[in-house]
Design a binder for this molecule. Structure first.
Ligand SMILES: [Zn+2]
Length: 323
């Protein structure tokens, strides 16, 4: 029998759903990106997911018999073992949707489900920055902070499939920056995500007037328009406020990662998401602080590196769980 050599990775997000066909050695043969149409409710958005799979099969000309499986990653909370997407805040109307079973029924191909940060960590281990490692702590820092724990080459799910919510560890119990999306106070997500960092910088600019900062010009005088990308651009132009803000973000992440090293003693820490593209400025600060904040005397040898898989990490991540 001919070996089935292709995998479909489906990355379901609040705004877009991307499906891609990947070979076993990590070559992306083709992909399709459709709007998820999340606001139009569950039936429409589930249909968009199915359409993206049909469309990518059509585009690449690959038949079902050549498929090893379909992997789906979606925002949590979800149950990877039972294959149920519970009720992600950015997929309104989704209430205990058995997405893999729906896909399997339509295409007749084995389908697996995983949360997006776990899946991205797995993809980094198979094709990305953590190749050759078996114990990996994966972090994504963008609008939120997601994490995935890989132990002995496998995703650690915990008893209820809910492990790896490392972004919601409280690191400052009397933080005044407002509650986290999860309802707690002082989670690392609510202190060091992209939006949290922009908010802190905007506050400082309002206090000082901030007209000297390049950021004032980059945002056209509209402080509300400042995002992590604007701050990174300003830091590249050596703007002091932007550089200080990024270093502070690095220190917060470093303190938290020091604690994560205490718990996990991982072989490598991979950081993805928008923040990972800032580069040396933030990574130097993260490493310095993390190694100082842990009791693990060997921690300075733990590599903390940027993710390798960039914009298609969701597709790779989803495909990796079928590998
Ligand atoms: Zn939280």
């Amino acid at each position: 029998m001919k070996k089935r050599k292709y995998i479909i990775g489906v990355d379901v997000g609040g705004t877009k759903t991307a499906s891609g066909v990947i070979t076993g050695n990590g070559h992306l043969v083709g992909k399709i990106v459709l709007p998820t149409c999340a606001r139009r409710g569950r039936d429409v958005s589930v249909k968009q997911v199915l359409s993206s799979v049909s469309a990518v099969l059509e585009r690449t000309g690959i038949g079902k018999k050549d498929l090893k499986g379909i992997g789906v990653c979606a925002p949590g909370p979800l149950d990877p073992k039972r294959g149920i997407v519970h009720n992600p805040p950015n997929l309104p109307g989704w209430d205990n949707v058995p997405l893999p079973a729906i896909i399997e029924k339509k295409f007749g191909v084995r389908t697996e489900l995983e949360n997006d940060a776990n899946a991205a960590g797995m993809a980094e281990m198979i094709w990305g920055a953590a190749r050759g490692y078996k114990n990996v702590f994966y972090v994504t820092v963008s609008t939120g902070i997601g994490t995935g724990i890989i132990i002995g080459g496998r995703i650690y799910h915990g008893k209820n499939g809910m492990a790896g919510e490392g972004g919601h560890c409280t690191i400052n119990y009397d933080d005044t920056g407002g509650p986290c999306g999860c309802g707690n106070i002082g989670c690392v997500e609510s202190m060091a995500s992209g939006p949290a960092t922009s908010r802190r910088l905007i506050k400082k600019m309002k206090k000082s007037g901030g007209k000297k900062s390049i950021l004032y010009r980059l945002s056209g005088g509209d402080l509300g328009a400042i995002t992590m990308r604007t701050i990174a651009d300003a830091a590249r132009q050596k703007d002091k406020l932007a550089m200080d803000t990024i270093k502070e973000q690095g220190r917060i992440l470093g303190i938290w990662l020091g604690g994560m090293i205490n718990v996990l003693d991982p072989g490598i820490i991979v950081i993805g998401g928008g923040v990972s593209s800032i580069g040396k400025l933030i990574f130097d600060e993260i490493r310095k602080t993390a190694y100082k904040s842990t009791v693990n005397v060997f921690a300075a040898k733990t590599p903390i590196v940027p993710a390798k898989l960039k914009s298609d990490v969701g597709i790779y991540g989803a495909a990796s769980i079928v590998m």
